[in-house]
Design a protein around this ligand. Sequence first.
Ligand code: TGC
Ligand code: FAD
Length: 388
Amino acid sequence: MTFEGLDFYALDDELREDERLVRDNVRRFVEAEVMPIISRHYQDGTFPMHLIPKFAEMGMLGANIKGYGCAGLGEVAYGLIMQELERGDSGVRSFCSVQGSLCMHPIYAFGSEDQKQKWLPKMAKGEVIGCFGLTEPDFGSNPSGMITKAERLPGGGFRINGRKRWITNGNIAQLAIIWAKLDGVIRGFLVPTSTKGFTAQKIEDKFSLRASVTSELILEDVEVGEDAILPNVQGLKGPLSCLTQARSGIAFGVIGAAMSCYETALDYAKNRVQFSRPIAGYQLVQQKLVHMVNEITKAQLMALRLMRLKEQKKMTPVQVSLAKRNNVFHALEIARMAREILGGNGIMFEYPIARHMLNLETVYTYEGTHDIHTLIIGQHITGIAAFE
Ligand code: TGC
Ligand code: FAD
């Protein structure tokens, strides 16, 4: 079975057979396992935990990591997985991108061999869930100001104190990657969430990413051993380079949400008759549909090129910022336009559009807000930083 879909510039021809296979398998999985249940989870504010072993079975946890029980797929295949998951729901994509790009990646890139052997195979199997603690209540866009602090213990090991806020998977994680200052320098720590002094509090009452667990982490005199510190990175570039991984996946992922909105709106517009004909026959509706096709096609080109550059080890963080900024902005715009095309029905749970639209409000803000990415690109092209 092959899938029809929005592919205005025949980008399927640019994909390898194995990449198309991965995409089609994940799309089939999302249609069979995610679509039927996701609206219920969204309404209830719960994450579909039963899907975790299935994500693992399909090699979607740390999919682009080589060895340690991971699938070792290429970056385009990884991006296509994110796209298909986010066609279902941004929260489902978030679970997999946090596990792979934000939690497994730092262990893989900056961990000791012992740390990799200890954690990665279990994380690939979904037996250990990770969360990534960078943001704090008072330090979101500016993580360099973080106040979470680690101190050396006289007998070896570390004591960590601080708070992390907005942490995806916090309450369901067994392992937290905590970024904290040790002697004033940001370091990464692998903290089992069962450690004394570690608490996770679920953040309730969200309008957005309701099918995703978001938490506040509180660390009060949490003591970990010498083997908890990631030995091979120091400074903000540690967490920021994890964000580069996840942001590139998000640039691909949101195309899935945009396609879901476009396809729903097109189908609806062809069938909904007002005045003398289907609303798809009115110029103003066609203009919206054309804008969606236009922006999805541009997003596909950016995402594919970005991931090809990543495969060639040529991708730069500012290129990632451009793609994250553009693709999330237009995915959100498309969701809003699609909502409009559905009229009153656009606000109903029966259709995926409002759920995508509200999810994308978060995606627009996390992993660097739209405006922070503007400033990153602005700094690159002018040579002048405008953050402070
Ligand atoms: P700055 O002086 O620019 O950089 C400090 C060091 O880091 C290096 N660097 C990077 N390295 C790798 N990848 C990147 N993207 C990098 N950006 C910078 C840089 O070269 C430097 O290295 P070195 O060797 O000279 O020390 O740092 P700054 O303090 O001026 O900050 C710049 C700024 C504002 C762009 C940065 O702080 C930023 O990106 N802020 C946004 C914060 C953010 O994105 N938070 C995300 C939290 S995680 C999350 O949202 C997960 S949601 C997950 C989900 O559910 O899917
Ligand atoms: P602020 O930084 O306070 O920004 C508020 C506004 O001010 C924004 O519009 C911003 O663009 C603007 N602004 C800030 N600085 C400037 C400036 N210099 N110039 C111009 N405008 C500026 N974090 C994690 O560490 N791990 C996670 O797993 C995680 N998951 C998340 C899940 C959800 C559902 C959400 C909502 C967030 C998550 N985050 C996570 C946190 C996320 O990365 C932050 O929310 C984001 O970085 C923005 O920080 P803030 O919310 O504190 O906003």
